[in-house]
Design a protein around this ligand. Structure first.
Ligand SMILES: *Cc1c(COP(=O)(O)O)cnc(C)c1O
Length: 535
């Protein structure tokens, strides 16, 4: 059964982790194993219902309001602002849970955020109806403060930045990443040959973008390792003090490592930035709410940091495409642009001069918005307004909890924690219970597992006799279980990522058992080979 397939496997190893897992998934579906379990997907298998039901109610109210000004069959007019807040409150049913949430949201907007009721409701209703281009294009005025307070509450750990942060809602974290790299390059903030530090292992797109011909950037891995429990260590952080490093890209909490940076790591990073004050930092915090006591790099280094966030994971909303990029109103990006040579300003002036009278004064975040639509279509840029309102509603489900724990976040954490615990329990190795561990993904190293369950000689035999992805391929083929190969994320050889997000709870024990069964089969083969060798 353990025939050599190394040629095929060698070719496969060149592909990205996502492409490999699609291949494994095909093998697993064709497998004769009775269960097909795909634990490679990070897409959650839960959703938030409250915000979605509230969205539907806003659409209903919006249609009713539109008919006030014009009503001919399905044709209706525009929404009027005057008195809309009162009509909205009258529309809400006091005993309906969704309407109660909308009532609480209204109170939050008018009392806590001191918004004018009519302006806020008109903004949200126009947003869900979607009859106007997004204006202002970067972010709707009613949406931005809501997003800012959500980020402040969940990502900054007490640092007040809601009023000094500018947000650009995007089509998921994915678009935020694309727009951001594009604008960094267009504004000569990263140039071919620049040194960029990446905290690997990392979500593959980050590894793949910089190596694209477009960028030709030099990567510097600040590798987090299993020995270090996937946390970035002090010596690695200190490397960032070197001013030749222009940009540091990190996913925090990490994917696939799932660890959040500790307070100590954050202060070490601050110390490094004190020596390299122009360091640009991109932090992707999409898993923030799954860690305990989380604090973003943005909270401690707002001047240097661009923050990427997405509602996809927590709210089960990957199809909505809802994410954002945020920057402080005073930031190193604007400063570095300001310091560019006259020649570069002239070149950039040709680009941005079509849309701004004083292009040299245009902020980096607005350049990003313009670049997201190739400059020429700046006037129709910005995220679809219903998507922006959906983000505001997701945020409000959390904000209306005030100082009380958010039961939805508690429940989502418990769900993945239970799966994680069952998985490691069945795998018979201790789980990492650190509060900085989000447990969204588990990383296991097959060679280490082999050494723990059997011995080092067997682990060495596995390493020497099989291609790195052999285990994952066979797990798919023979047991119908698909994991993601961690090496595609820049992890050490033999690392597999088990997503805790996408399968039913009991499946995680089955996956662990399948891993152990397969390891046992390799071991039996190893013992037989030993015997043969002794003849
Ligand atoms: C899932 C994920 C994203 C993508 O987010 P979308 O909002 O779905 O585009 C971005 N970054 C990381 C680290 C992710 O895991």
């Amino acid at each position: 059964m353990m025939s050599s397939r190394s040629d095929r496997e060698k070719q496969v190893e060149k592909l990205s982790a996502f492409t490999i897992s699609a291949g494994m998934s095909k093998l697993a579906q064709e497998s004769s194993a009775h269960s097909f379990l795909n634990a490679s997907r990070g897409n959650p298998n839960w959703i938030n219902t409250k915000a979605r039901l509230a969205f539907a109610r806003l659409v209903q109210f919006g249609a009713q309001e539109s008919q006030r000004t014009l009503h001919r069959g399905d044709l209706a007019g525009y929404v009027q602002q005057e008195g809309i807040a009162q009509r909205f409150l009258d529309f809400l049913q006091p005993n309906d849970a969704t309407d109660q949430f909308l009532q609480q949201s209204y109170t939050y907007l008018t009392d806590t955020l001191s918004m004018d009721g009519d302006t806020a409701i008109k903004g949200l209703i126009d947003g869900v109806i979607g009859n106007n281009y997004p204006a202002p294009s970067r972010s709707l005025s009613v949406v931005e403060p809501i997003l800012n307070h959500y980020l402040e509450k969940n990502l900054y750990h007490g640092v007040p930045l809601a009023d000094t942060t500018e947000v650009f809602p995007t089509e998921g974290g994915t678009a935020a990443i694309v727009y951001l790299f594009h604008a960094l390059r267009e504004n000569h903030l990263i140039n071919p040959g620049d040194k960029i530090a990446i905290n690997a292992p990392i979500f593959t797109p980050y590894l793949e973008i910089p190596t694209l011909n477009d960028y030709e950037l030099v990567e510097l891995d600040l590798t987090s390792t299993a020995e270090n429990h996937w946390e970035i260590d002090s010596r690695q952080i200190a490397k960032l003090a070197d001013p030749s490093i222009k940009l540091f890209i990190t996913v925090n909490p990490s994917n696939p490592g799932s660890m959040a940076m500790t307070p100590q790591a954050l202060s070490e990073l601050q110390a490094a930035v004190a020596k390299n004050p122009n360091l640009m930092i991109v932090t992707d915090d999409v898993y923030a709410t799954f860690a305990d006591h989380f604090q973003s790099i943005y909270a401690v280094l707002p001047y240097n940091t661009l923050l990427v966030y997405s509602f996809s994971k927590l709210y089960g909303a990957t199809g909505w495409r809802v994410g954002l990029v945020a920057a402080h109103d005073k930031n190193v990006y604007d400063q570095l642009i300001h310091e560019k040579s006259a020649a570069i300003h002239e070149r950039m002036g040709k680009r941005y001069g079509r849309i701004a009278l004083h292009p040299e004064e245009m902020k980096f975040i607005d350049r990003m918005v313009a670049d997201s639509r190739s400059i020429g279509l700046y006037h129709t840029s910005g995220l679809s307004t219903p998507q922006q309102v959906m983000m505001a509603l997701f945020s409000l489900t959390n904000l209306v909890c005030g100082d009380q724990p958010d039961p939805y976040i508690t429940a989502s954490k418990k769900l993945i924690n239970d799966r994680y615990r069952d998985f490691f329990d069945a795998l018979e190795i201790p789980a990492n219970e650190s509060p900085h561990n989000t447990k969204y993904y588990a990383l296991i190293n097959i060679y280490k597992l082999a050494a723990i369950r059997y011995d080092q000689a067997f682990a060495d035999y596995l390493k020497e006799n099989y291609e790195e992805i052999d285990f994952g391929m066979r797990l798919a083929e023979m047991h119908g279980t698909v994991l993601m190969d961690g090496t595609g994320f820049g992890a050490q050889a033999g690392t597999l990522r088990v997503s805790q997000a996408n399968l039913a709870n009991p499946d995680y024990r089955v996956i662990a058992k399948n891993i152990l069964k397969l390891l046992d089969a390799y071991h039996a083969h190893y013992l037989a080979a030993q015997k043969d060798g002794n003849h």
